[in-house]
Design a protein around this ligand. Structure first.
Ligand SMILES: Nc1ncnc2c1ncn2[C@@H]1O[C@H](COP(=O)(O)OP(=O)(O)OP(=O)(O)O)[C@@H](O)[C@H]1O
Ligand SMILES: [Mg+2]
Length: 455
């Protein structure tokens, strides 16, 4: 075996250093450097090798293009997040908390691809072949083109790839795979980087669409997917709340599509079911005619989604009142409270304020500001909101309500779900006609919006 050398590497960005450092010079994160014992490999594989071809530089107009061919995964929510389907030869990373349903999602996608005549190899380093079979039985995912391998040695996996010649490859998970030449333990920065580089080469050269499952660990104790994010084409996160059955698939990086789209699934005994009408799901438990609850029309990618926004304002005896938000940006909440204090004369200094987006959805659009303002004011005054109102609009520092994009689509979604009124920025009302049966109230200031919503 070649010389073994000790060094330190950052679990977040992969920066290496001969000595330990408290702060990583690459990403400025603290306590991310871990010790690695790495063997010198004669020919490290990586992007360099992949690109070392005899090709010459060409004028861009001479390069033939065409639409990226896409294969439907059979799960329309997954297709949506991928930007229209799976691109052959692409390398994807799927991350998520333990037990969230990553293996279930990928087994379902594998099955559906195999029914379309594609060959699929599912490599599980965490579960036995029997366990995978049991899951496949439960999901009804049985097909003779779907091959399962329980292995963690990269060389054995490569042999299986040569033998099966799959079109779609799943590695569950990248942290369990190891390359024997690299001395560090599976899951270490060096192993994860080497193995990922290897799979990248396989996917690009053979045109195999490859999905790597990555574990999200607290504080990056082992090499988390962060490090891999730079190396892959697409990074998807599968999230959800433990006590809810629905799951949200989000793209945080996508070389072949937008990263705004989300896919929504419901976890059932027979596997993940797609949720095609998310608004209905998110509003199903909504209490009607109470104070602090509003419905906001938010855009998730190209799709409008209605969600409930709840606020609770309660007196406190402590000198510094609490400000807590879940699913809503903390800074924007402070901004909205400041606007209510300064422009509306509501005194929040002696009040704790909580803001919660029901159903674990994250609202990161400024268009949710106005609904937050109405929710907070409604709870502050203990005055109920109207159950059939939908509210959206951005709030500015002077208390003005600013225009938002795609107003028409938001209104149509509200109409589809039977809402009667929409309170929205007056500025966004130009150039389109609202559907019959829904009344639109255009507002210019937060004061006008509160008047319309609460009186
Ligand atoms: N028999 C069952 N009935 C209903 N739901 C089940 C059943 N078995 C498993 N599940 C659901 O599937 C989830 C586990 O899914 P899965 O194994 O795909 O997750 P994972 O993200 O791959 O987990 P890990 O990180 O352990 O690999 C469980 O948390 C549970 O919600
Ligand atoms: Mg799993």
């Amino acid at each position: 075996m070649a010389k073994v050398k000790t060094k330190f590497a950052c679990t977040q960005c992969g920066t290496e250093s001969p000595k330990w450092m408290g702060k990583c010079p690459g990403c400025n994160e603290w306590n991310t450097m871990v010790e690695e014992t790495e063997t010198q490999i004669k020919a490290p594989v990586g992007r360099g090798e992949l690109l070392r071809t005899k090709e010459k530089a060409r004028a861009i107009i001479d390069i033939e293009s065409g639409k990226e061919p896409r294969v439907s995964t059979g799960l329309s929510e997954l297709n949506r997040v991928l930007g229209g389907g799976l691109v052959p030869g692409s390398l994807l990373l799927v991350g998520g908390d333990p037990g969230i349903g990553k293996s279930t999602l990928l087994l379902q996608a594998s099955y559906s691809l195999s029914t379309q005549g594609l060959k699929v190899l599912y490599v599980s380093g965490e579960e036995s072949v029997r366990q995978t079979k049991l899951r496949a039985d439960r999901l009804g995912a049985l097909n003779d083109r779907l091959f399962v391998l329980c292995e963690t040695n990269l060389e054995v996996i490569e042999e299986a790839i040569t033998e099966v010649e799959p079109d779609f490859l799943v590695i569950d998970s990248i942290q369990t795979v190891y390359r024997p030449e690299v001395a560090s333990a599976p899951g270490s920065v060096a192993q994860v980087r080497e193995c990922t580089a290897h799979f990248m080469r396989i996917s690009k050269i053979n045109g195999v669409a490859t999905v790597l499952v990555g574990h999200v660990t607290k504080e990056g104790a082992i090499a988390g997917p962060r490090l891999l994010e730079h190396m892959v084409d697409c990074v998807l996160y599968f999230e959800g709340e433990r006590h809810h059955t629905y799951r949200i698939l989000r793209a945080v990086k996508n070389r072949f599509g937008s990263t705004n789209e989300i896919g929504i699934f419901d976890m059932t005994e027979d596997g993940l079911r797609e949720v095609t009408n998310p608004s209905e799901l998110f509003l199903s438990e909504r209490p009607l005619g109470v104070s602090g609850s509003t419905v906001v029309a938010s855009m998730e990618g190209t799709r409008p989604v209605l969600v409930e926004l709840q606020a609770l304002v309660a007196p406190t005896h402590f000198p510094s009142p609490r400000r807590m938000s879940s699913g809503f940006d903390h800074h924007r909440m402070s901004l909205v409270i400041a606007v209510l204090e300064k422009r509306m004369g509501m005194f929040f200094q002696t009040q704790d304020a909580y803001l919660n987006v029901a159903g674990g959805v994250k609202l990161d659009e400024p268009a949710a500001d106005l609904a937050a303002a109405v929710s907070l004011a409604s709870s502050f005054k203990d005055s109920a909101t109207k159950p059939f109102d939908v509210i959206f609009g951005e709030v500015g520092l002077t208390g003005e309500v600013r225009a938002v994009s795609r107003a028409e689509q938001r209104v149509r979604e509200a109409h589809k779900l039977g809402f009667k009124r929409v309170i929205m920025p007056e500025q966004s009302m130009k150039g389109w006609q609202p559907p019959q049966g829904i009344s639109i109230i255009g507002v210019r200031t937060v004061a006008e919006a509160l008047k319309a919503a609460l009186e």
